[in-house]
Design a protein around this ligand. Sequence first.
Ligand code: 5GP
Ligand code: MN
Length: 363
Amino acid sequence: MILDIIEQPIIQAVYARVKDAKHVVVCTHMSPDGDAMGSSLAIYHYLQALYAANRQDTSINVIVPNNFPNFLAWMPAAEAIVVCDAEEEKAAKLISQADLIIATDFNDPKRVGMMGSMILNNSCCKLMIDHHLYPTDFASISISFPQACSASEMVFRLVYQLQRMYNLPEHLIGDDVATCIYTGMMTDTGNFSYNSNDPAIYQIVSKLLEKGVNKDLIYNNVFNQFSEDRMRLMGYCLHKKMRIFPEHHTAFISLTRKELYAFNFQSGDAEGIVNLPLQISGIHYSCFMREDKVLPGDNHKDGVGKNKVKISFRSQGDRPVNIFAQEVFNGGGHANAAGGEFYGPISEAVKLFMSEYPKYFNK
Ligand code: 5GP
Ligand code: MN
């Protein structure tokens, strides 16, 4: 079966740990995106259904380092998520009491801010389900497939294999599970416009649709719910801020805190802006940076609340941006979608970008 890419002993180990667990915590990365939310909530719904079917009294909590954007708040059970930087004590207690921690859409404890040390301090079994390069070895069981379009795709493959290996009732993959998985796959591929040539993706989508996923509604919920401020911010970026470097096929946008404030910036408002310049003919690389704050757990000498610059990169085709993100901005990611951080004034981050990008972005 083309969808079975996880080795059997891994599936067996996952099932044994899941069955024995009494307190499960599912966690995902800082500034959760659609795939982070989709993969973690899909696990949540699947395990709820599995434990209910087994009449097993196991608690499951999804914990995220900081808040998720409004355009994902409609996702089933989003309201039950514990946001660590808003409820730190509760999150710390749940993580310390967990006997199984499932980490989705990240492969390095550095990506979860202050939750990293909470997770590492608990010696319980950890299961990682991810699709980023260079996994670190913090997990006891690793399901790491960088070729997958999303962590949500890997959650699908995992539950699909579990179902058949253990002959589990079909209803365990219900419409909530399917909706969350679809949302993650859709958002991490830009509605199936990049990183989405694998035919297996569409087999999975087909199975999700059979489970009752309303893909048109999900598209509308995610992509057509901007605030007026966010739409005007986008216009401002394109009209006033976008710089084009034709000889390097590169576009660049930066925003200061003052500019963000002028548009009543909310978490999630920057999502997708970095992709826009790629619509210009001849533009193959795009960089977007904005001022941000050092968060608890960023573990930086400048301290919480100090200036930090959040940087996003996108590209098309065989033009990796993750190497640049890693080497110049201490980040990483996928070949066509990567990000990084800079601690200091945004003017310095811009200078660094300007001096380095021609070495990396040139075809
Ligand atoms: P975005 O630009 O949407 O914030 O991030 C795109 C991708 O880049 C993410 O899926 C993630 O893989 C990666 N990424 C973003 N920021 C960072 C970072 O600071 N460090 C690392 N290692 N990867 C990042
Ligand atoms: Mn992802």
